[in-house]
Design a binder for this molecule. Structure first.
Ligand code: AMP
Length: 208
């Protein structure tokens, strides 16, 4: 199963990606993680990417396309993969399609987890991490124990969340019609428990 998973910040995409990788037995490929690893390793590519990442800008298409091309050629992708954070632009989507066409292994689906903006905002701005354990809580839906030492991630603050959601909308404005036209897009209601949403994704993929 070769999938692209789309979802705004705080949409539950990370949770669903982990569950799906497990049940489908395929790796998750996250260009954000790969770029951060390159940066941490101090490679030339990492240093080049850092200029863009620290400015909150997209890394050039050629860089991320090269990374994904190499990654999906590795043996663990033989059964498929879940792409997270890639493609972000239509040229990236076209480059991915070209790479996959060469191997005669086209994408099976693009799943978008839909969550209303007000709820995304509430999830992110009320999210807190216990500094001691790393456990994530939600002040309304999953309140922390009294002894927790709470931390509010800088990128979960309201202004930053608004900016990240705007960026996500701008990105998908072109990608969603692109994948709709190709008949690949499956939209899944992302409001509910993680289990309910996993069930909906499997249903959308015909994998119940
Ligand atoms: P993420 O963890 O997916 O939010 O990615 C972190 C940062 O890495 C982004 O803000 C971009 O600077 C860069 N990045 C990750 N994936 C891509 C992509 N597909 N295209 C361009 N830049 C990317």
């Amino acid at each position: 199963m070769r999938l692209v998973l789309l979802g705004a910040p705080a949409s539950g995409k990370g949770t669903q990606a982990a569950v799906l990788c497990d049940t489908l037995g395929v790796p998750k490929i996250s260009t954000g993680d790969m770029l951060r690893a390159a940066l941490a390793a101090g490679t030339a590519l990492g240093k080049e990417a850092e200029k863009f990442m620290s400015a909150g800008a997209l890394v050039p298409d050629s860089v991320v396309i090269g990374l994904v091309d190499e990654r999906i050629a590795l043996p663990d992708c033989a059964k498929g993969f879940i792409l997270d954070g890639f493609p972000r632009t239509v040229p990236q989507a076209d480059a991915l399609a070209a790479v996959l066409a060469k191997k005669s292994t086209p994408l099976d689906a693009v799943v978008q987890i839909d969550v209303p903006r007000e709820l995304l905002m509430e999830r992110a701005t009320l999210r807190r991490t216990d500094k001691r354990t790393g456990q994530i809580y939600h002040l309304k839906y999953n309140p922390p124990p009294r002894e927790a030492e709470l931390e509010h991630r800088a990128d979960d603050r309201e202004e930053t969340v608004t900016k990240r959601l705007d960026q996500y909308d701008a990105m998908t404005a072109a990608l969603l019609p692109h994948y709709t036209a190709l008949g690949l897009l499956r939209r899944v209601d992302g409001v509910g428990t993680p289990q309910e949403i996993t069930g909906r994704i499997k249903h959308a993929l015909g994998r119940e």
